[in-house]
Design a protein. Structure first.
Length: 368
C-alpha cells in the first residue's frame, strides 16, 4: 500500500477523503490539497460529515474548494479559514453535496472551520506536498509522557500541548473519556486511551487533531470487545488493570500475570497479600526512578501500589488490545506472586515460600 493510500485509510474513521498535492503549481491549474488526517471538534458535539478539499490557483493565488456532504441533510452554516469570520457561501451540487470556496489560503498547515449553529468542526488541511509529514511510532505500553515526547521529537506538537490537551474537556465527546469520574485523581485523563500504533502526522499539526486520531484508533480497535468480566470490574478499571498487565508481562504470560492481580484483588487478604505491589506503578507518571526530574527529590507517586490498596486511579500506560483481553479473561490460577528473570523467563507462585524460591531461580536474589 503506498503512502497516499495509507494516509487516506487513516481518514476513514472521520469520514474524510483527501488527495495529495504534488508537483509544481501552475496558474489556473487545479491542484489537489492533502486534506485532513483527522477532524477535531471545539465542542462535545461531533458531526461526521464527509469533506474533501481541492486546492486551486488563480493568478498565483490559492483558494480551497471545500465540498461537504452532510450526514444530517443540512450543510454547515459557514465554512471558513478563520474561526471569527462567518464566510463561505455555498453552491449546492448534485448528490446532496455543497461547495464552499475559501480564498487567501497560504502554503502550510491550515485549519478550516465548519460551523453548524455555534458548533464547529475543525478540518486540518496541508497546503503543500508530503514532505511535511512524519511517521511516529508509539510502542505498546508507552506512557502519555513518552507519547508526548515522541510527538515533540518528531516536530508534530509540543509535550506541553499534549499535557494541557490531555487534561482538558476537549475530548469528552468520547463516551469512554466522558465516563471517567475521577479525572481529578489522575495524572493524565487520556492515559490508557492513546492507542499504540504507527501514525502519520503533519509537522506542526493541531494537538487536538493529533490526539483525536489516536483516540479514534482506540475506539476502532476496542469496538468489538465484550467488557463484561467475572471480577466485576468497570470499563475504567479494566483499562487500569490492562495497563498493569501490559507493563508487567511478556507476550506469552499476559493471562497468568492478570490472574495474579485479580487473585490479589479478590482474595489477597486471605493469604496475607494486601496490595498489588506492581513495580511499574512506583514512579508513575515516570517510567522509573531515573526518569524522575531532579527538581522532584523524594517524589512519591499516588499510583504506587506498594502504598495503596487496590488499583491505582487510572491506567499507567497505553495498553494493547491483547493486554485488555487478558485483563478481561485472566487465566484460572491460584497464583499470588510472579517474577521474571533477566532473559524474560516467567515464574509464578501460589505461596510466598514458592515465590522466594523463584526469586533465587530467576537470579533476582542471592542465596546468602
Amino acid at each position: 500500500m503506498n503512502r497516499k493510500r495509507e494516509i487516506a485509510k487513516r481518514c476513514v474513521a472521520f469520514a474524510l477523503c483527501a488527495c495529495c498535492l504534488g508537483g509544481t503549481i501552475a496558474t489556473n491549474a487545479p491542484v489537489i490539497a492533502e486534506a485532513a488526517i483527522s477532524v477535531s471538534a471545539a465542542t462535545p458535539v461531533i458531526r461526521l460529515d464527509t469533506a474533501s478539499c481541492e486546492l486551486k490557483t488563480t493568478a498565483q493565488k490559492y483558494y480551497l474548494a471545500v465540498t461537504v456532504t452532510p450526514d444530517r441533510g443540512t450543510p454547515p452554516d459557514a465554512v471558513s479559514s478563520n474561526p471569527d469570520v462567518a464566510v463561505g457561501k455555498y453552491v449546492k451540487k448534485a448528490d446532496g453535496r455543497y461547495l464552499y470556496e475559501i480564498s487567501g489560503v497560504k502554503e502550510g498547515l491550515a485549519t478550516i472551520y465548519l460551523r453548524y449553529a455555534n458548533v464547529e468542526n475543525m478540518l486540518s488541511v496541508k497546503v503543500g506536498d508530503e514532505t511535511g509529514t512524519v511517521n511516529v511510532r508509539i510502542p505498546e505500553g508507552a506512557t502519555l509522557r513518552e507519547t508526548a515526547q515522541a510527538l515533540e521529537q518528531a516536530g508534530v506538537c509540543s509535550m506541553k500541548e499534549v499535557f494541557d490537551a490531555s487534561n482538558s474537556s476537549a475530548f469528552d465527546s468520547y463516551p469512554f473519556i466522558a465516563s471517567i469520574t475521577n479525572a481529578d485523581s489522575r495524572y493524565y485523563k487520556l492515559e490508557g486511551y492513546l492507542y499504540p500504533d504507527t501514525y502519520n502526522f503533519w509537522k506542526g499539526q493541531n494537538v487536538q487533531s493529533v490526539l483525536r486520531t489516536m483516540l479514534d484508533n482506540y475506539q476502532t480497535k476496542t469496538a468489538n470487545i465484550n467488557w463484561q468480566n467475572t471480577a466485576g470490574l468497570t470499563k475504567e478499571q479494566v483499562m487500569t488493570l490492562a495497563s498493569l498487565v501490559q507493563r508487567e508481562s511478556t507476550a506469552s504470560d499476559r493471562a497468568n500475570v492478570a490472574s495474579v492481580f485479580i487473585n490479589r484483588l479478590r482474595s489477597g487478604n486471605s493469604v496475607n497479600v494486601y496490595r498489588l505491589q506492581a513495580d511499574s506503578t512506583m514512579y508513575y507518571p515516570y517510567r522509573a526512578k531515573v526518569n524522575v526530574p531532579s527538581q522532584l527529590p523524594g517524589f512519591q507517586s499516588s499510583y504506587n501500589t506498594y502504598n495503596i490498596t487496590g488499583l491505582p486511579a487510572g491506567p499507567i500506560c497505553n495498553p494493547s488490545v491483547e493486554s485488555i483481553q487478558a485483563a478481561l479473561n485472566p487465566a484460572n490460577t491460584n497464583y499470588y506472586y510472579f517474577c521474571h528473570s533477566a532473559n524474560g523467563t516467567s515464574y509464578f507462585a501460589e505461596t510466598l515460600e514458592q515465590h522466594n524460591a523463584n526469586l533465587l531461580a530467576a537470579g533476582l536474589r542471592s542465596a546468602t
